[in-house]
Design a protein around this ligand. Structure first.
Ligand code: PXL
Length: 265
């Protein structure tokens, strides 16, 4: 029987990030993807590709989660962009009620076009309301710094931030150095409360690739839905995201977008 994974995330209409990326990744790894949309993001070609961001009504988000979990047996959930404190509140209630085995939280704090002030509100609400339900958290360098208070500038500070976030949440933390930290390797670190595991691959290309973080977290989610351990799930996910970056599409934007369709396991 095929395992079902639920993505609670935003729609990104161009298909390069958010819920669209999540379902593509779920299917690439042989799971069945369900979605509950939290917001609608539309890049604005007339305004430097800024993100037009429209939150979905909290009740509609709750309805979608109710529908997906009533239709399927779902024990594995991925949380992507939430975007507002009201959405965070609604999703936290659903996580409490759902009692899911695996809750992978990609702590997307802000998207281009949102006010910086909104990031702080979202950051605090996410820390307080959602992280306690997480079993895996996947911050990038910016999010790891914001959630831990550690200024992340290199691999050592990335590891320190991962440890602080683990101590606050109890979750396994996959801190993504990605292409941001110095050096020619893209290094991500898992801290599970006992040990660190490093996942490295050579950096690829010069341009920012949208959707890499979504792909990594979605691939971890799919592998957990199939019963993998966190350590093995992250190893597969690193290969999936590397393939998605290698096979990226180059659209009309100043950034590229991931493509998961070439991964062959
Ligand atoms: O890649 C982060 C991200 C997540 N979710 C949505 C997005 C983006 C970035 O554009 O639009 C909906």
């Amino acid at each position: 029987m095929v395992n079902v994974a639920l993505s609670i995330a935003g729609s990104e209409a161009s298909g390069g990030a958010g819920a669209q990326t999540d379902i593509k990744t779920f299917h690439q790894l042989g799971t069945f993807g369900a979605t509950a949309l939290t917001c609608i993001v539309s890049f604005d070609p007339k305004n430097d590709w800024g993100h037009r961001f429209v939150p979905v009504e909290p009740q509609v988000i709750a309805d979608q989660i109710e529908a997906a979990t009533a239709v399927h047996d779902i024990d594995t959930v991925k949380i992507g962009m939430l975007g507002t404190p009201a959405t965070i509140e609604t999703v936290a209630e659903a996580l409490k009620a759902g009692n899911f085995k695996n809750v992978v939280v990609d702590p997307v704090l802000i998207c281009k076009g949102q006010e910086a002030g909104a990031a702080l509100d979202t950051d605090n609400a996410l820390k307080e309301k959602v992280l306690p339900y997480a079993t895996v958290i996947t911050p990038n360098v910016f999010e790891a710094s914001a959630l831990s208070g550690v200024e992340v500038t290199d691999l050592d500070s990335l590891k320190e931030a991962a440890k602080v976030i683990h101590e606050r949440s109890g979750a396994a933390v996959v801190a993504k150095g990605g292409a941001v930290l110095p050096g020619d390797q893209a290094i991500d670190v898992l801290y599970d409360g006992e040990e660190y595991t490093e996942y490295a691959s050579p950096k690829i290309g010069e341009r920012y690739v949208s959707g890499a973080g979504c792909t990594l977290a979605a691939a971890i989610t799919a592998e957990l839905a199939k019963g993998a351990s966190v350590r093995d799930a992250v190893a597969v996910a690193k290969r999936v995201v590397t393939s998605a970056i290698e096979n990226r599409v180059t659209p009309h934007t100043p950034f590229d977008e991931v493509y998961q369709g070439e991964y062959r396991g």
